[in-house]
Design a protein around this ligand. Sequence first.
Ligand code: FAD
Length: 521
Amino acid sequence: MNQIPPAPSLREGALVTADQNTLTADVLIIGSGMGGGTLAWALKDTGLDVLIVERGQFLPREPENSQPDHVFIKRRYVTSRPWYDVNTGQAFQPGVYYWVGGNTKMYGACLPRFRRSDFTEVTHHDGVSPAWPFSYDDLEPSYSQAEQLFQVHGSVDEDPTEPPHSTDYPYPPLPHEPAVERFANMLYLQGLHPFHMPCGMQLPSLADRIADTTADGSPSATGNKSDAENRAVRPALESPTVRLLLGAYVRTLHTSPDGHTITFAETEVGDRTVRIEAKTFVVSGGAVNSAALLLRSVSDQHPNGLGNSSGLLGRNYMVHNSTFFLAVDPRRRNDTAWQKTLGLNDWYEAGPETPYPLGNLQMLGKLRAPMVKAARPWAPLWALKMVTDRSLDIYLSTEDLPRPDNRVTVDGDKIMISWKPDNLVPHQEFVKRISQTVRKAGYPIVLSERMGIATNSHMCGTAVAGKDPSISVLDPDCRSHDVSNLFVVDSSFFPSSAALNPALTIAANALRVAPTMAAST
Ligand SMILES: Cc1cc2nc3c(=O)[nH]c(=O)nc-3n(C[C@H](O)[C@H](O)[C@H](O)COP(=O)(O)OP(=O)(O)OC[C@H]3O[C@@H](n4cnc5c(N)ncnc54)[C@H](O)[C@@H]3O)c2cc1C
């Protein structure tokens, strides 16, 4: 890319400086990612005084955004501290990024809706995936609105599992490039139903595709990726009623003496502590950080963490079972620039060919040698390049199930993760079937690796929503059962993980709950 377009400038007064010891707002949103950013956008015309508090800064648009050695080897954009694996005692670097826009700065912008069945009880190999406290039809209008906001490209009538849409996608699907088109044709020939994966990327020309070829796992310098910063937070900040405080880490939430309402957020800004008072407090830090903040906020009234009378806060942590899968034909180069155009849901639901759901296939962004180097440090870059120049790069995900023992806990400021993957049998079956499928499609070499504890990009479930306060943390509108002015608006509320990318559902849910929140503030 020759010239990097500058980010749009901000309204004067949009950024708050914390030079007083106390700040006030009607609604305080903690975290500016998919959940918090979209919620701020949804509240921008309500007249409420909205303050977004974000521990990170704006991610700079710079040439290094699209240089895999800087992103993956020098880890230029890693801002989070290690978390701890309780089972091994080892520290690990989680896949979370503290920037305005949160993890969407690094995401691949695949933006599918969950399937209708994902909202209902479904039997899996290892147990039952529970029903949600609202249906697909309840969320459907908000999905449409989220697709407009995030400029999703897609097609409603290719995938047999696609649920009904009340509006078309705002943009037609991104066309496949030749290697992916060829793969799609080989799948059709096997009687399968590949479809164009819904995607929040504006890529009208090949030059645009080349400029953003690394934008899955890396930031985009072009502004063409629909991340939460450029499609939600910046547009929200155009409103005079929405403000943003940067570099501000909310450590704890404090309540009234009876414990029924939050009164202020104790927030670290540099070396100072600022008190932020609000009528409504929204925690949108991502499924692990949201749970951690509430677990840190202990008091006599909430001895096990704020809003944790169910004992479920931090539990039911889910991340998907996922595998990176390379299909290699040594005779053929893969020159695809934007590879994430294809999806396959033929085994997403149980049917004649499978007694239980297996999952979703989609494409990764085109892998480059430095991206693989971190996982294969012993391999020379030239050898990795030979492989990645010829590989079709695929991502397989299978639903994991909510287990109380898979959980987030805190030890002071440390984040501890207890995680044992479950529902692995269908994932292994899925990998096996896809291996057979790609071999039949002409790719004789198959390399695959199941992701471990550090690949938590699809994390969810740590503050489950439900109607019964004894078995859920939040009500169906994502309000705490215990604390009347506390909402959690990110993937923490998910009762199940589905087997699809979560971000559009997080955004749609933020749009769904915003009117209730506005009315009660
Ligand atoms: C490499 C990668 C690829 C991905 N690809 C896709 C994809 O293609 N499609 C998809 O649907 N999903 C994808 N995801 C996942 C997607 O990005 C997340 O599901 C989504 O961003 C989660 O939204 P969230 O609001 O829960 O959290 P986030 O978007 O992570 O936002 C949380 C924000 O809260 C801030 N924060 C946290 N704690 C505090 C605190 N105490 N005080 C102040 N601020 C705080 C963080 O800095 C962050 O900005 C991907 C993720 C990664 C890492």
